[in-house]
Design a protein around this ligand. Sequence first.
Ligand SMILES: NC(=O)c1ccc[n+]([C@@H]2O[C@H](COP(=O)([O-])OP(=O)(O)OC[C@H]3O[C@@H](n4cnc5c(N)ncnc54)[C@H](O)[C@@H]3O)[C@@H](O)[C@H]2O)c1
Length: 258
Amino acid sequence: MNARRFVGKVMVVTGAAQGIGRGVALRAAAEGAKVLFVDRADFVAEVAAEATGADAAAFMADLETYEGAASTMDFAIKLFGRIDILVNGVGGAIRMRPYAEFEPAQIDAEIRRSLMPTLYTCHAVLPHMLAQGGGTIVNVSSNATRGIRRVPYSAAKGGVNAMTQSLAMEYGEHNIRVVAAAPGGTEAPPRRVPRNAAGDNEQEKVWMREAVTQVTESTFFKRYGTLDEQIAPILFLASDDAGYITGTVLPVAGGDNG
Ligand SMILES: NC(=O)c1ccc[n+]([C@@H]2O[C@H](COP(=O)([O-])OP(=O)(O)OC[C@H]3O[C@@H](n4cnc5c(N)ncnc54)[C@H](O)[C@@H]3O)[C@@H](O)[C@H]2O)c1
């Protein structure tokens, strides 16, 4: 890889221990960014140690709490002095089931996982971006804003899209860009941290397959995307190549626009 789009930039990536967040953080480091890998999984330090290129460090935080988000930004500022780019990778549907089958506490858990971390980190990073005269936020949304078997997750990501547009409008005059990528179903290696620690029973596996079928059939390619097909658009949005793009939610889902 020859691109060096992030030389001199400081990037904070949440959900960096695995999946899309991991890939974004490692590739940004390879392209010259100083990267803080943030996750609540302790192996995030091992992942940061894989980074080649510029400085990389790891920070453990639970971003479902405001303190987790604030301490992340404080740590990044102490370490690197500024935060040019924040990529919000934390999220992911915990359970797949018809909406009527969700228990109330399970609805709350989906919102806590896929909306609150992004709301909290955006709020916690803004004072730093305002003080330094600008910055870029890339939220990782989903095309599941229209999809079956995960209505609470759809609502959470719809919230992410709404805050992306409204924050962009509110802070554009401060030179802060806010954008989102909305991935479709993405092929990935087996997860070290499962979405649902309790695992799926036989009925839940059926509901999961129904969701996967709907997602696959909704693409024009009739296939999942690859991790690289998600990482590249996120890094484009994070880079200065996207300098006049803000408030945009970019579907990256093989023609399924969510
Ligand atoms: N993988 C897909 O098919 C797909 C499709 C559409 C959208 N997305 C979105 O892309 C993003 C990444 O998805 P993925 O499948 O690569 O991720 P993943 O589920 O494999 O990993 C998520 C990471 O976030 C961390 N995490 C979860 N909750 C956290 C918290 N409260 N505090 C700190 N860290 C926390 C986990 O430890 C894990 O390392 C998510 O926002 C997801 O909604 C993924």
